[in-house]
Design a protein around this ligand. Structure first.
Ligand SMILES: Cc1cc2nc3c(=O)[nH]c(=O)nc-3n(C[C@H](O)[C@H](O)[C@H](O)COP(=O)(O)O)c2cc1C
Ligand SMILES: [Mn+2]
Length: 434
């Protein structure tokens, strides 16, 4: 049975000893982040802050801070998640529209829609302000009407004003570009809190025009129920805790940032688009959901890495049948294990892997190496590769602009072929008796 909403999942986590209520009042500025970080670094439970200064709403954080909890949300295991995700990507289950939903139990329009009532945390000391870090962003292609779902960092700028960072190559950014070219505003809805698989599905780098909610449906084995928004022509998950509706006016730019980003560094403030809020709807007694952002590895990384691993597995496997597993041990790095079928096949895998914008360093190992074990991968590098022959450098590739060593999103990339030479004798592993 899929979880219907965030509350149900929080109850489940509490039963499993994976959620701790925090009764004393906490400050949304830094204290929430500090406590979430403390819990995360010790693989501790998710935290439900019942009293957040300045807001009537509780805040939950750290829900995705361990792989185990991500698997709980997806009702799968370390062994089965890749298959669940790849199956869901191949056979998505489209959402259904329902007449009403709990996310609209309370409807606040116009001036009543006051963002400052939400317990939005400020994470890193030099951040430009409070940030909504787990807002599911829904927009539609202004030409085709096809929906997209994504997570975008959202800066709180006032009672009814938000700043957003929609990268031009991500789909929300494409929608915005098209709307601006027509000189029209882009409607946007931001859903916070809901079925815990939906944020995971949102991290699918689906082909443009494919609705990520279909993957969420496949993962939960039931379509995601959606309701129509009140002030924009968009649909949002009916069981969300809080929904923010608004418009991004064309051509308007205001300073957004700085923000302590996923690569582990501040990205400086720069002019970015804004959202003019037209409505906030929420459940009765809503729970705000935040994920911790900062240097790796935090829940913000885990949320992306699982699906990224499954996606790379799926695309690599399609071209290279011998691929066995893919793991991203930290930001920008990926390990692949495989059985080669031709000479130098590992190099083709490296070329494919390094063509992914978010991967800067790739290592390919034989299929007897566990890619989830860092010391095994390092052992393979140390004993199965010769740096002068087995390292490939690809200069000037497109890469994430969050990497401060890159030249504005252009970076060299490195691949290491740590596989034994194909078809040639090689020293036998001295495995101890079982
Ligand atoms: C916590 C978190 C924050 C994110 N913030 C941003 C952001 O500010 N801008 C952005 O373009 N992508 C951001 N992402 C990454 C996108 O959500 C992700 O790449 C997504 O798959 C893009 O969807 P799309 O392919 O439909 O564009 C964030 C991801 C997470 C987990
Ligand atoms: Mn998309």
């Amino acid at each position: 049975m899929p979880f219907t909403d965030l509350r149900q999942f929080l109850n489940y986590l509490e039963d499993k000893g994976q959620l701790r209520p925090v009764a004393e009042e906490v400050d949304p500025e830094f204290e929430v982040a500090r406590r979430m970080n403390q819990a995360a670094r010790s693989q501790g439970p998710a935290l439900l802050f019942q009293k957040v200064r300045g807001s009537p709403m509780p805040l939950v954080g750290g829900v995705y801070a361990t792989r185990e909890r991500l698997f709980m949300a997806m009702e799968c295991t370390e062994q089965t998640f890749t298959e669940r995700l790849t199956q869901g990507m191949a056979q998505p289950l489209a959402p259904t529209l329902v007449a009403s939903g709990p996310c609209q139990e309370v409807v606040l329009l116009g001036d009543d829609a006051d963002l400052t009532r939400l317990p939005v945390p400020t994470f890193s000391p030099q951040d430009g302000g409070p940030y909504i870090t787990l807002g599911l962003v829904f927009t539609k292609d202004p030409e085709t009407g096809v929906r997209n779902m994504s997570i975008i960092r959202i800066q709180l700028k006032g009672k009814r004003r938000l700043g957003i960072m929609a990268r031009t190559y991500h789909h929300t950014g494409v929608h915005l570009g098209k709307a601006e070219a027509q000189g029209r505003p882009l409607e946007i809805a931001i859903a916070i809190g809901g079925d815990p698989v939906i944020p995971i599905a949102s991290q699918w780098r689906a082909p443009y025009g494919v609705d990520e909610l279909g993957l969420a449906g496949a993962l939960r084995r039931e379509p995601v129920p959606l309701v129509k928004c009140r002030t924009v022509d968009l649909e949002v998950p009916a069981n969300a805790e809080i929904v923010i509706e608004g418009r991004i006016p064309p051509g308007v730019r205001e300073m957004e940032g700085p923000f302590g980003e996923a690569a582990g560094y501040y990205t400086p403030a720069s002019p970015k688009p804004v959202v003019e809020v037209s409505a906030i709807t929420h459940r009765r007694a809503p729970i705000f959901h935040a994920v911790l952002c900062g240097p790796p590895t935090l829940e913000s990384h885990l949320l992306t890495e699982l699906i990224s691993e499954a996606t790379h597995y799926r695309t690599l496997k399609a071209d290279f049948a011998g691929v066995k597993a893919v793991h991203q041990p930290t930001w920008g790095v990926a390990f692949v294990s495989m059985r080669q079928h031709t000479r130098q096949e590992a190099r083709s895998v490296l070329a494919a892997l390094l063509s992914k914008s978010e991967i800067k360093m790739g290592v390919v190992v034989d299929d007897d190496i566990d890619v989830f074990s860092l010391d095994k991968v390092l052992w393979a590098i140390a004993t199965r590769s010769q740096p002068d022959k087995d390292t490939v450098i690809m200069p000037a590739m497109p890469h994430s602009g969050l990497d401060p060593s890159s030249d504005g999103g252009v970076s060299a990339k490195m691949g290491i072929d740590a596989t034994r030479p194909f078809g040639q004798p090689f020293a036998e592993v001295a495995a101890l008796p079982e």
